[in-house]
Design a protein around this ligand. Structure first.
Ligand code: XCC
Ligand code: SF4
Length: 652
C-alpha cells in the first residue's frame, strides 16, 4: 500500500475537507482513517463463499513460509490460496462486467424506445454512425427510415446480452491476429450475460479449482465487457446523443454558482443527464428559478455521468469520485441527482447536515434517507422537469453556511475515436496515418491510456497527475477516461498550452501542429472502448505491427478502487496491452496467481498486468514496455535520430 501523507493535491478538495471538519461533517477522507483495510482481504486471501468459512489463508509476512504455515494455507474444504485468490479476482471481473453491461443494456432499451417513437425527446443524432453500425451488422439500409434501421440495430445488439452460442459480434472489430488468439485460448465470449453467470457458477463452492482455468474465464468475462457491454453502451450513446467532438469547458468545485440553483448529476448512465442538460435550458424552468430568487439554473456533473455530458454538451464538471460529498459541503447544492454506480452512501449523511436533497432516480439504486423520483425514458421531459423543480423549490432553504472554493480549470474534451481520426487526417482523408507516422519517426514515443478511479487510500489525484506528467515529458501521448481524466484536467493538462509546458519536444511539436492537448479526454469509463478502437485503427493503418500487442502502448489505473476497474484492466490485458495498477493488488496472497497474471499472461495474450504504487516507477515500467515494442518494430533508431536532431537544434 502506498504511503499517504496528504489527503489530496487538489486545493478545492483540501479546502472543503477543512470546511467539513469545521462543520462537524464526516466525509470519506475521515472515514478512511477510521476504517482500515483488512490486510487479508486486500491480498485476496479470504474466502467467504460458503458457511464452513470464511477461511483466511494469508501469506506469512516478513519471513519465509514454514511447513506449519503451509498447513494453514488451505480453506476448510481444501481450497488452496491459489484457488481462493483467483476466485476472488474472477468475481471482481464478473461484478465489473455486470455493472458496465447492465448500463449497456439500459442504454439499448432506451435506444429501442427512441427508435420506436416511444421516448419523446430522444432521437437519432448521429445518422452516419447509425448507418455505419447497420452496415457492420449486416442490417439492410435500402430506403428505410433511420428509425426502422435503428430498431434492427437495437434488437441485434440487445440479443448480444442473452446470446448463448457463437461469439459476440464486435469481436470482429479487433485485428485478425487478436481474434485468432482469443479463439485458440477459448476465451471469445459467447454472450454477455452467459459469461457473467458462468463466472459466478465457477466461483461457487466446489466448482472450478484450477487458478489458470479460472483466470481464462476471467478474460472471457472481461472481453464480454470491453468488446461487448461497454462497447454497445458507447456506440448507442453516440448514435442517440451524438458522437463527441472537441468542446471547451471547466472543472472543479468552483463551477458551482453562489446565486444560481446548483444541480449536480452524478453516476454513470447518460439518459437522464442528457435530458437534464436540455431541460435546464428551458425558459419556463429559468423563469421558475427566478421566481424563487435565483439568477438561473447551473447544472454540473460528477463522476462518469459528468464525462458523458461534458463530452457532448460541454457541461462543467464539479469533481471526481472523492469530491462527491465535498460538493455538498459547499452548502450551495440544491440537489444531487444520482443514477447508478460509484455513489457513496455517505452522501445521505452529509446531505442531512445541509439543505441538499439527494434524489435517486433509478429503481436499481435507492438510498435510505434520499428522495426517490423515478426517471422514465417514456416520460423523460416530464421526469426531468419534476426533478429540476424539486431542486428549484429547495433554493429558498439554502443556509448561510455557503463557501464555494474559488478553483476551476479550463479544459478541452471530446476526443472520440472519430474526432482523433478527423483531427489528424482531415475531413477528406480521416485516418490515423499522421499519428502512426509520428510514432514511427519517433516524435511520439508511444501511447498510454491512464484511466480509472480515485481512491481514499492514497493521496487524491496525486498518482494520476504525477504519472501523466512523467509520460508526456517522455513524449508519450496520453489518452484518458473516468476520474483519472478529471484529475489531470483539474491540474491543467488538458489544454493545448499544456503541450509546451509539460510535454517533451517531440510530442509538443506534434500537439502544436495539430492543435491538441498532450493529454486527450476520451470520456467515461465505458468509453475506454474508444481506446480499444483507436488502438485497432492504429494497427490497421499499418507500420506498427499486426496486433494491438505490437503497438508501443501501455495502460494504467494508478488510483483504482472499483471492480469495474479490474474488469477494464483484464480486457485491456486480454486485448494485448501491458497494464499497471497502483494502490494495492488483490492477488498478492498467492505468488502463483500473481506470477501468472504478471508473467505468464504475456505469453498467452501479449499483454500482462503489473502492480506498482509509485507513479513515477509505474510510468517508467510503461515507457520501458513502449521502448521494448519500438525495438521489436525496428523503431528504436528513429527515436534516437529525433533526439539527436533536437539536441543539435538546441545547440544552435
Ligand atoms: Fe467510478 Fe466512473 Fe472509477 Fe470514477 S473512474 S470512481 S468507476 S466514476 Ni470509472
Ligand atoms: Fe472456506 Fe472452502 Fe468454504 Fe471458501 S469454499 S469458505 S475456502 S470452506
Amino acid at each position: 500500500m502506498a504511503e499517504k501523507d496528504t489527503k489530496s493535491i487538489d486545493q478545492a478538495t483540501t479546502e472543503m475537507i477543512a470546511k467539513a471538519a469545521q462543520d462537524g461533517v464526516k466525509v470519506v477522507f475521515e472515514r478512511a482513517e477510521i476504517v482500515k483495510p483488512c490486510p487479508i482481504g486486500a491480498e485476496g486471501s479470504c474466502c467467504n463463499i460458503c458457511a464452513m468459512g470464511p477461511c483466511r489463508v494469508p501469506l506469512p509476512k516478513g519471513r519465509e513460509e514454514t511447513p506449519e504455515d503451509k498447513k494453514r494455507r488451505t480453506g476448510v474444504c481444501g481450497a488452496t490460496a491459489e484457488t481462493i485468490a483467483a476466485r476472488n479476482f474472477l468475481r471482481k471481473i464478473a461484478a465489473g462486467t455486470a455493472a458496465h453491461s447492465d448500463h449497456g443494456r439500459r442504454v439499448t432499451e432506451a435506444f429501442l424506445l427512441a427508435a420506436r417513437g416511444e421516448a419523446p425527446g430522444f432521437e437519432i443524432k448521429d445518422e452516419q454512425k447509425l448507418l455505419q453500425l447497420a452496415l457492420e451488422l449486416g442490417i439492410n439500409i435500402g430506403d428505410r427510415s433511420n428509425n426502422e434501421i435503428a430498431i434492427d440495430v437495437g434488437e441485434t445488439l440487445m440479443n448480444e446480452f442473452g446470446k448463448q452460442e457463437g461469439e459476440l459480434l464486435f469481436l470482429k472489430r479487433a485485428p485478425l491476429k487478436r481474434q485468432e488468439i482469443w479463439q485458440r485460448l477459448g476465451v471469445a465470449p459467447r454472450g454477455i450475460d452467459r459469461e457473467v453467470v458462468e463466472a459466478m457458477h465457477r466461483t461457487h463452492m466446489g466448482v472450478d479449482q484450477d487458478y489458470q482455468n479460472l483466470l481464462l474465464q476471467g478474460t472471457r468475462t472481461a472481453l464480454a465487457d470491453g468488446w461487448g457491454g461497454s462497447m454497445i453502451a458507447t456506440d448507442l450513446q453516440d448514435v442517440m446523443f451524438g458522437t463527441p467532438s472537441p468542446v471547451h469547458s471547466q472543472i472543479n468545485l468552483g463551477v458551482l454558482k453562489e446565486d444560481e440553483v446548483n444541480i449536480i448529476i452524478h453516476g454513470h448512465e447518460p439518459q437522464l443527464a442528457e435530458m437534464l442538460a436540455v431541460v435546464t435550458q428551458d425558459p419556463e424552468m429559468t423563469r421558475y428559478a427566478k421566481s424563487k430568487g435565483a439568477k438561473g439554473i447551473n447544472l454540473a456533473g460528477m463522476c462518469c455521468t459528468a464525462n458523458e455530458i461534458l463530452m457532448r454538451h460541454g457541461v462543467p464538471i464539479a469533481g471526481n469520485f472523492l469530491q462527491q460529498e465535498l460538493a455538498i459541503v459547499t452548502g450551495a447544492v440544491e440537489a444531487m441527482v444520482v443514477d447508478v454506480q460509484c455513489i457513496m452512501q455517505g452522501l445521505a449523511d452529509v446531505a442531512s447536515c445541509f439543505h441538499t436533497k439527494i434524489i435517486t432516480t433509478d429503481p436499481r439504486a435507492k438510498i435510505e434517507g434520499a428522495t426517490h423520483i423515478e426517471f422514465d425514458e417514456r416520460n423523460a421531459v416530464e421526469s426531468a422537469k419534476n426533478i429540476i423543480k424539486t431542486a428549484i423549490d429547495n433554493f429558498t432553504n439554502r443556509g448561510q453556511n455557503v463557501r464555494i472554493p474559488d478553483k476551476k480549470t479550463d479544459l478541452i474534451a471530446g476526443f472520440s475515436h472519430e474526432t482523433i481520426n478527423y483531427l489528424l487526417g482531415g475531413m477528406f482523408r480521416a485516418s490515423y496515418r499522421p499519428l502512426n507516422d509520428n510514432i514511427i519517426n519517433g516524435r511520439i514515443r508511444g501511447v498510454a491510456g491512464v484511466v480509472g478511479c480515485s481512491n481514499a487510500r492514497v493521496t487524491h489525484d496525486a498518482s494520476h497527475v504525477t504519472m501523466v506528467k512523467e509520460l508526456i515529458k517522455n513524449d508519450v501521448l496520453v489518452l484518458q477516461t473516468g476520474c483519472a481524466a478529471m484529475a489531470c484536467a483539474k491540474a491543467g493538462l488538458m489544454t493545448p498550452e499544456a503541450a509546451a509546458e509539460y510535454a517533451g519536444e517531440g510530442l509538443a511539436s506534434v500537439c502544436e501542429a495539430v492543435g491538441i492537448p498532450p493529454v486527450l479526454h476520451l470520456g467515461s469509463c465505458v468509453d475506454n472502448v474508444r481506446i480499444l478502437i483507436a488502438a485497432t485503427a492504429m494497427v490497421k493503418d499499418g507500420g506498427l505491427g499486426d496486433d494491438i500487442s505490437d503497438l508501443p502502448a501501455a495502460g494504467a489505473a494508478p488510483e483504482w478502487m472499483s471492480e469495474k476497474a479490474i474488469s477494464i484492466g483484464q480486457y485491456f490485458v486480454g486485448s494485448g496491452v501491458f497494464t499497471v495498477f497502483g494502490v494495492t493488488w488483490p492477488t498478492l496472497g498467492s505468488k502463483k496467481v500473481t506470477e501468472h497474471l504478471f508473467k505468464d499472461f504475456e505469453d498467452l495474450y501479449g499483454g500482462m498486468w503489473a502492480f506498482e504504487p509509485d507513479p513515477i516507477k509505474a510510468a517508467h515500467l510503461m515507457i520501458e514496455h513502449i521502448d521494448k515494442k519500438r525495438k521489436a518494430l525496428g523503431l528504436d533508431k528513429a527515436r534516437e535520430r529525433v533526439l539527436y536532431d533536437m539536441a543539435m537544434r538546441r545547440e544552435l
